[in-house]
Design a protein around this ligand. Structure first.
Ligand SMILES: [Zn+2]
Length: 261
């Protein structure tokens, strides 16, 4: 179950599935900071508006203070809608062209940014390995979440059924029609549960997709058993979350932030 926390004016969400002594995590919202319109008010990414860099840094410092983690240890990869996942050991590691980070190092602060795409946090409590994934339709089509599970297994000897996964706010099936071509590409990534994930639109060859449930299905087919999904649609809840679609591309970024201690 997800629940909302409000501290020093910052509103963020947590999943009880990720409640462990060694893990600090948060899915941020757009509430609690000082970024001006259209990035109001708690954007953790510039979204290309470099003139707002100082505001973004202040917001990042604020969430780090709230979570009691080290701002100077932030790793924020250059997300490119790929299925590239990097295993990092220090905050100086190269994370260009990267849409997933995995680490077992204490103290690093992993931050990935979102505005409709699916934020996924993975954690293996026994082995103390964590991962954060950015899955838009392109990453989902490449099964980036399943790829993360394979890396947990091959690089850290973690069994898929001991990985706990929380999937945060993303665009819902209600607001996410895709072309027939993309639909087929996405459909080919799973072997069951199509009826819940895809919905035909009357008099159209477009199909509405539940990207969160699709990623959950991929993870289940990779052997993951414990998955918590936040129901909120970023577009329908545009006052609480950033939505690229609802804001016509002019919007900020909320974050998935995690750190091992
Ligand atoms: Zn919606």
């Amino acid at each position: 179950m997800f629940y909302t926390v409000e501290k020093s004016g910052v509103k963020y969400l947590k999943s009880d599935i990720l409640e462990h002594d060694n893990l600090i995590h948060a899915f941020s919202s757009r509430i609690g900071g000082n970024t001006p319109v259209p990035l109001n008010s708690f954007s953790l990414g510039t979204a290309g508006m470099m003139e707002l860099k100082n505001h973004i840094e202040n917001n990042r410092k604020k969430i780090c203070d709230v979570l009691e983690i080290d701002y100077s240890k932030i790793i924020n990869p250059e997300q490119k809608h790929t299925d590239n996942i990097k295993i990092v050991k220090t905050q100086y590691d190269n994370v260009s062209n990267t849409d997933g980070i995995i680490t077992s190092e204490k103290g690093l602060v992993i931050l990935l940014l979102f505005a409709d795409c699916v934020p996924i946090i993975l954690y293996a409590p026994k082995e103390k390995v964590l991962g954060v994934i950015h899955a838009g339709w392109r990453g989902t089509a490449k099964k980036i979440a399943g790829k993360a599970i394979s890396l947990f297994e091959s690089e850290f000897n973690v069994s898929p059924n001991s990985v706990k996964v929380a999937i945060g706010a993303a665009i819902g099936q209600c607001c996410y029609p895709v072309s027939a071509e993309i639909y087929l590409e996405l459909k080919n990534t799973i072997i069951s549960n199509y009826d819940n994930i895809f919905r035909n639109i009357e008099d159209s060859d477009k199909v509405k997709v539940d990207l969160k449930m699709l990623n959950s299905q991929q993870l289940q087919e990779s052997g993951v058993q414990e998955i918590d999904i936040l129901k909120d649609c970023t577009s329908c809840n545009n006052s609480l979350f950033y939505s690229y679609r609802a804001d016509n591309g002019q919007t900020g970024r909320h974050g998935a932030i995690v750190s091992l201690r």
